[in-house]
Design a protein around this ligand. Structure first.
Ligand SMILES: C[S@@+](CC[C@H](N)C(=O)[O-])C[C@H]1O[C@@H](n2cnc3c(N)ncnc32)[C@H](O)[C@@H]1O
Length: 304
């Protein structure tokens, strides 16, 4: 599948999200997942996933038997990514021998109606809405938005007592091995960039979203019923190759850091950044680069 980013042909966001699938498969916290499965309403629930990207989570939840019928809404601000999602899910369904029938606003996968909604989350929460969801999911998204502003609206999208599952929330630790003298400088500058990012006129993310969610959820009247770590751990196998497309995933992580810091000479000298990226690129090519990112998952119920 090619759904390339024309603004930056070196970086294909859809491919990055597809490559991330196996990394997330390993990382998602199984204790928190078991609690989600226990809380998941029987029958045909209405699930809303915000910042859903390519739709890899709905595929995973079908594979893992957590959802199978009802309605699953994929909401994302990126229309092109939603177009990719339609194709990616059709291919995924075909590979499993499932029906993947197109619908005017999405597709039917087996017994599940998947709807694609193009919207920016903040604007979506401000607008009036119809039916509320039984389950709201956000995977690798809440660290990209202003949680104190967004969270109350997100919980209001749920029926009273509805279930949230907020996963892969970055929590301020990135480890690259083997160590490099510029690691601390680079990671600290990257965290600062995350903490100062603004989009849509609002703060857009925090480098310590994971640990802060304990408090934010409690303050919103929806303390977590289960929480646990969901660290990304990426390394090559004994033969020096990375699983699946995870070498591309690692390249994308390096590219993201490069993009965030290349205009910030005040924080990282361009020569230091170039040296760090060159060393990391060589280690990646040789299958020597190990990457670990600390993240946290949460499951709970909306107030009421
Ligand atoms: C890191 S990706 C994660 C995608 C998907 N959840 C996954 O784990 O594969 C973040 C996604 O959130 C979407 N996103 C970020 N900010 C958003 C916002 N304010 N409103 C709607 N979508 C947003 C992006 O377009 C992107 O698809």
């Amino acid at each position: 599948m090619t759904c390339s980013d024309e603004a930056s042909p070196a970086f294909d966001y859809a491919r990055y999200l597809a490559a991330k699938t196996t990394v997330d498969d390993r990382a998602l916290n199984r204790h928190v997942l078991a609690e989600l499965c226990r809380l998941m309403p029987a029958g045909a629930p209405r699930v809303l996933e915000v910042g859903a990207g390519l739709g890899t989570m709905v595929a995973r939840l079908m594979d893992w038997g957590a959802v199978g019928a009802g309605e699953y809404v994929l909401l994302d601000e990126d229309r092109r990514l939603l177009d990719c999602a339609r194709r990616w899910l059709c291919d995924w369904a075909a590979a499993r021998g499932l029906r993947g029938d197109p619908l005017p606003d999405g597709l039917r996968v087996g017994d599940l109606r998947v709807r694609l909604v193009h919207a920016e989350l903040g604007s979506y929460l401000e607008a009036a809405h119809g039916a509320r969801a039984d389950v709201v999911i956000a995977n690798a998204v809440l660290d990209l938005v202003d949680v104190p502003t967004v969270l109350p609206g997100l919980l209001r999208l749920l029926v009273p007592g509805g279930v949230y599952w907020f996963t892969i929330n970055y929590d301020g630790e990135s480890i690259f091995a083997p160590g490099h003298p510029h690691d601390d400088l680079i990671v600290q500058a990257y965290h600062r960039d995350m903490d100062e990012r603004f989009r849509y006129g609002r703060p857009a993310g925090e480098s310590r979203t994971g640990r802060r969610l304990f408090h934010y959820l409690r303050a919103a009247g929806a303390p977590a019923l289960a929480a646990g770590s969901s660290d990304w751990v990426v390394s090559a196998g004994p033969d020096g190759t990375y699983p699946g497309d995870e070498a591309y995933f690692l390249r994308s992580i390096l590219h993201t850091i490069q993009n965030a810091l290349r205009g910030r000479q005040d924080r990282v000298e361009p020569a230091d950044l170039a040296d760090w990226l060159a060393v990391r690129g060589r280690q990646l090519a040789a299958g020597e680069l190990v990457y670990i990112a600390h993240q946290l998952d949460f499951v709970g119920r909306s107030p009421g």
